[in-house]
Design a protein around this ligand. Structure first.
Ligand SMILES: Nc1ncnc2c1ncn2[C@@H]1O[C@H](COP(=O)(O)OP(=O)(O)OP(=O)(O)O)[C@@H](O)[C@H]1O
Ligand SMILES: [Mg+2]
Length: 364
């Protein structure tokens, strides 16, 4: 039933459908590079799985093909300031040799030399999880470098950005991605069915059901088609049956959660494990547990633990990724993992360090 699994991956180079306005805005902001000039900076924001990264890649691939534009997509998850600059240098085609532990000035000189005044667009993907946003000032010190930052929460992110840098990402520079409507999502699924599956084991009604059930989130819809195909295979069906579609959503969500978890930096994983071990837990106890374990959560990361206020942003990132659930209002939040069976790939056992008497309660 499955001809090509790759078609269902995030990195599959699909044509981007139904993003006319968003692609138009991106094109406009990047247009100066067609004449050898620095692009405008861009802040792409919107929920998880709706085509933010895919659209940025799509438009940049096109510009590379037509005008030889130099660009790199950097996975910033948990990277240090120097780590991001190092990646920016080494991903440039004209980079001289640099070393990870070179001083910042040397890395920036190398970046300047590599670009040599020609536009270089850096996509900072998962910008929510960049620990030190002062890196933006470093990058902007090179005249030809521009940035596309991709985030889930635009306001939270902008609040963390230095006041002097904030205007780069205001107003016209922002491109919002919303969830899809059912017919749009069906169109997005069609080419995947055609290229990824053998024959046509699914009908339009079933694709509509999938598009509807997944609430306009392309990644979930695409993975649900894959999951339904796997289930149909396992059950010996030649075509998707109602039960395959029905059971596909949970299986797809599990695939996505696992991938999401793997993409996160270590402190997020440890925080996730903390919630998994002590949840469901109310906000007050969550805060106490965090403060008690913050040193271990950030151990080996070469930086101090973040404040509870920032840890709260970490928790909302885990929530955006559907890894934890935070229910209730701000003052009476309750935290728990969505799938307590799902373990983070990290060594961290908070229980070892929580005495029975001090184990946070679960009231709330
Ligand atoms: N308009 C579209 N046309 C075709 N494919 C799409 C479209 N939108 C999203 N997709 C596909 O949906 C999947 C998820 O998209 P993408 O990885 O860009 O999401 P995202 O918004 O960056 O999510 P996250 O915030 O979790 O990183 C990818 O496989 C992508 O190719
Ligand atoms: Mg993305």
């Amino acid at each position: 039933m499955i001809k090509n699994r790759w078609v269902f991956d995030d990195e599959y180079e699909a044509d981007i459908l139904h993003r006319h306005d968003e692609l138009q805005s991106l094109s406009r902001l990047l247009a100066p590079t067609e004449h050898g000039q620095r692009a405008e900076d861009i802040l792409i924001h919107g929920p998880s799985g709706v085509g933010k990264t895919a659209s940025a890649r799509y438009i940049l691939r096109d510009l590379r093909q037509r005008f030889g534009l130099e660009w790199s997509l950097l996975e910033c998850s948990g990277k240090t300031r120097n780590g991001i600059i190092y990646d920016a240098v080494t991903r440039h085609s004209k980079a001289a040799v640099v070393h990870r532990n070179d001083p910042r000035e040397k890395l920036l000189e190398a970046l300047e030399a590599a670009t040599d005044g020609r536009p270089y667009v850096l996509v900072l993907d998962e910008a929510d999880v960049i620990p030190d946003l002062d890196v933006l000032g470093d990058l902007f010190s090179i005249s030809a470098v521009s940035v596309i930052a991709i985030t889930h929460a635009d306001n939270e992110w902008l609040n963390r950005v230095d006041r002097n840098v904030r205007p780069h990402f205001r107003g016209e520079s922002q491109v919002e991605f919303r969830k899809y409507h059912v017919p749009e999502l069906v169109d997005i699924l069609e080419p995947r069915v055609e290229r990824g599956l053998i024959g046509r084991p699914v009908d339009v009604d079933q694709l509509e059901r999938i598009a509807d059930e997944t609430g306009g989130v392309a990644r979930w819809a695409i993975k649900s088609v894959l999951a339904a195909a796997e289930l149909a295979d396992e059950r010996g069906h030649d075509y998707f049956q109602e039960c395959d579609v029905r059971d596909s959503f949970d299986r797809a969500m599990r695939m996505i959660r696992r991938d999401n978890l793997r993409s996160l930096p270590v402190p997020y994983l440890r925080l996730y494990e903390l919630v998994r071990k002590i949840g469901p837990v109310n906000g007050g106890d969550m805060k106490r547990a965090y403060l008690e374990h913050q040193e271990e959560i950030f151990e080996g990361r070469g930086r101090d633990p973040v404040s509870w206020r920032r840890a709260w942003d970490y928790l909302s990132k885990l929530e955006d990724y559907d890894l934890i659930k935070a229910s209730g209002s701000t003052n009476s939040k309750q935290y728990k993992t969505v799938d307590p069976e799902l373990e983070a790939p990290v060594e961290f056992d908070p229980e070892e360090n929580i005495g029975v008497s001090e184990r946070p309660g679960t009231r709330g």
